[in-house]
Write a new protein. Structure first.
Length: 107
């Protein structure tokens, strides 16, 4: 990923060269479990979205629009991860009233 977070690159071991895969403001790129795609959080006008970029044909697909999803803040913005089935995992901001404490004293 470029230093400004606006380009995601792939390295081709055959040609020994880098080439751009995605050109947009993005964060948290993650390989799919089978290695054929890269999922990432894309920052678009109006709302963030989760995208998938297929490595073979370089096609970018929108996975989910986060327009009405209130992400919990995480370091430098929202976070996205992948479940074992490549479903996006996100942190929702449910507010501070849902924070609880649990104390356990074990023998």
């Amino acid at each position: 990923m470029s230093n400004d977070g606006n380009t995601l690159f792939l390295f081709d071991f055959g040609t020994q060269a880098w080439s751009p895969l995605v050109k947009m403001s993005l964060g948290y790129p993650q390989w799919s479990h089978n290695g054929d795609s890269v999922f990432f959080l894309g920052h678009t006008a109006g709302a963030d979205k989760v995208f998938r970029a297929r490595v073979g044909d370089r096609k970018i697909e929108e996975v989910v629009d986060l327009k009405n999803f209130h992400q919990a803040p995480f370091l430098a913005g929202g976070w996205v991860g992948l479940a074992p089935d490549d479903a996006p995992m996100l942190m929702r901001d449910a507010g501070t009233h849902d924070i609880h404490a649990l104390s356990v004293q074990l023998p």
